[in-house]
Design a protein around this ligand. Structure first.
Ligand SMILES: CSC[C@H]1O[C@H](OP(=O)(O)O)[C@H](O)[C@@H]1O
Length: 369
């Protein structure tokens, strides 16, 4: 999307034809820094350390990581090593394994001498497919926003709450949860976004607020615990969040705190939608709460905070007493019963196996492989 009028994507193949550029999201919102990935290991570290993050972008980065690996060693052993290096970078977003499986399926059958070129071609396809899918999500989600706007009085706005960052920074472009918001904004529909800060990594405060602001979308950053109050007072028309993995039964894994937001929405009859591209559907998992692996990250993400001082310096400070134990679960799972609908590129679906299977039969086949 736009950054001060200039169009950007979150990841791209550089002009040299082989290295990979990516916005270093750890530096936002205070610094806009572009990283250059030149090896498979660079791609794996970028995913693990959240230089890039967000399920679809993790998948795109892994795809280019395989292409970088094929430049280094396109043998069968090199292909296996690259897959194994990348697939363990983070455990929860299924898009990582999806992209690696897609790359492996394209590369195993061909001569090793052809693999590097083929890998970049397939990675480029995955990147362009993500953008197209998100445009589809935008159009399908827009209908929900338009239906709410139709019931509003002149001059009123549609208030959308979102959690974490499921914006264009979490994908290649457009985002998932934000895609309908950007399209509504571009169509002149007055939307306002309540942006959950999303402790401890603050993807909302640091990333969603940054991208919405640079694209000119009205928004307000709120502490994570505010959403329930806003819903009780009729200040949220709908919630739209992203997801890292949707189980076959419609359970939704997303950033920690999503489940609590869904409970508040359910209690206040606020529609709670989840936006996702079909690669995020995992038919191999039948019970999301029981079976989706929940990443636990470093306690330092909870004990420390980084910000900009009054004189412009970036500093990290400790906010938890030395010696206090810390737990840092990065995701939770919202049961399907709390989800109003799944906004996909093929329509808004009921969060259940029948709807998912009917819309995306190819995802069932993939899970069976
Ligand atoms: C469009 S997927 C975005 C999804 O990914 C985020 O997790 P992380 O920032 O840790 O990669 C979060 O769960 C978002 O909803």
């Amino acid at each position: 999307m736009k950054v001060d009028g200039k169009h950007f994507r979150s990841i791209w193949r550089e002009r040299d034809g082989w290295s990979v550029g990516a916005i270093d999201q750890r530096r936002l919102p205070h610094e806009f820094v572009v990283a250059r990935l030149i090896s498979c290991e660079d791609a794996a570290v970028a995913i693990r350390d959240m230089l890039v993050r967000g399920a679809p972008l993790i998948g795109a980065t892994a795809a280019y990581g395989m292409a970088l690996a094929m430049r280094e060693d396109s043998s069968d052993a090199g292909l296996k090593r690259a897959y194994e290096t990348l697939v363990v970078a983070r455990p929860t977003a299924i898009n990582l394994k999806w992209a690696l499986d897609e790359m492996r399926a394209a590369l195993v059958p061909i001569d090793p001498v052809e693999r590097a070129e083929a890998a970049y071609a397939r990675a480029d396809e995955i990147v362009e497919q993500d953008v197209e899918i998100n445009r589809g999500i935008a159009g399908n989600g827009l209908k929900l926003i338009e239906a709410i706007m139709a019931k509003k009085k002149p001059g009123e706005v549609v208030n959308v709450l979102t959690h974490c960052n499921a914006g264009w920074l979490a994908t290649v472009d457009w985002g998932t949860a934000t895609a309908p918001i950007y399209l509504a904004h571009e169509r002149g529909i007055k939307v306002h976004v309540w942006v959950d800060e999303t402790r401890p990594r603050n993807q909302g405060a640091s990333l969603t607020a940054w991208e919405l602001g640079h694209h000119g979308v009205p928004h307000t950053v709120i502490p994570d615990n505010t959403g329930g109050h806003l819903m009780q007072h009729g200040m949220v028309d709908l919630a739209i969040v992203g997801t890292d993995r949707v189980a076959a039964n419609g359970d939704v894994c997303n950033k920690i705190g999503t489940y609590l937001k869904a409970l508040a929405a359910h209690d206040n009859n606020v529609p709670f939608y989840v936006a996702l591209p079909s690669p995020t559907i995992d038919f191999a998992v039948n019970d999301g709460i029981r079976d989706i692996p929940i990443e636990q990250r470093s306690g330092a993400e909870v004990t420390d905070m980084t910000g900009r001082t009054a004189d412009g310096r970036l500093e990290t400070v400790r906010i938890v007493p030395e010696g206090s134990p810390v737990a840092n679960y990065a995701f939770d799972v919202t049961p399907a019963r709390l989800v109003t609908g799944l906004i996909t590129e093929r329509g808004v679906l009921k969060p259940d196996r029948a709807a998912l299977a009917a819309a995306f039969p190819e995802r069932i086949a993939a899970a069976a492989e």
